[in-house]
Design a binder for this molecule. Sequence first.
Ligand SMILES: Nc1ncnc2c1ncn2[C@@H]1O[C@H](COP(=O)(O)OP(=O)(O)OP(=O)(O)O)[C@@H](O)[C@H]1O
Length: 214
Amino acid sequence: MLDIDVKLNHGSFQLHAQFQSSHLVTGLFGPSGAGKSSVLNLIAGLLTPQQGHIIVDGTPLFDSRQDINLPAHRRRIGLVFQDARLFPHLSVRHNLLYGYHLLKPDQRQIHLDTVVELLEIGHLLGQSVQKLSGGEKQRVGLGRALLTSPRLLLLDEPLAALDERLKQQILPFLLKTRDELRLPMLYVSHALAEIHYLTDSVAFLDKGQIVSAQ
Ligand SMILES: Nc1ncnc2c1ncn2[C@@H]1O[C@H](COP(=O)(O)OP(=O)(O)OP(=O)(O)O)[C@@H](O)[C@H]1O
């Protein structure tokens, strides 16, 4: 499902991330500064590797040997961050549909009804996002990313800003997303327990190098 081999020079920081996974969810674990966000940015097309390849479900998004480098907007990658990064002036419904409306109708594979039911956010649709709790914001952020019908969902510490009780509430929604939508995900976290809740496949990154991949 995922075949990553990328080299990047960030001045004194050298990244070489090489791992494959055939699991639906792949974990990426490592200490602060290991290069996890850089790997996500390379996959999303926000950074360009000096060399290597990024292949998702058989589709090359980047391949230096074949001179392939899809622009970010054509990669169909969904992003979920630690802070939900919702548009504060838009309602929950309009936040959810933001990326959906930018897709051509034939590209829309995941629809509002499915996401609302999956994430149990129907009662929030008319609300301003400024009134949402932290856990509700994360569910809306996840829903917005799903509604872009991504080929891969990148989750960058999506639960790190939540307290333990909220983490336990959100994790089952991630599990349901995995099992009901069958969407490949790359899940970055400092918390190995969180990763293991979702997958047995973990790549360990340290100082820009993959030190082990299971
Ligand atoms: N645009 C950049 N230019 C130069 N160096 C950068 C740039 N972005 C990140 N770095 C460096 O790359 C290294 C890896 O950073 P990155 O944010 O990818 O790590 P991380 O594992 O995601 O860390 P954290 O868990 O703290 O978010 C760091 O040493 C950082 O200073």
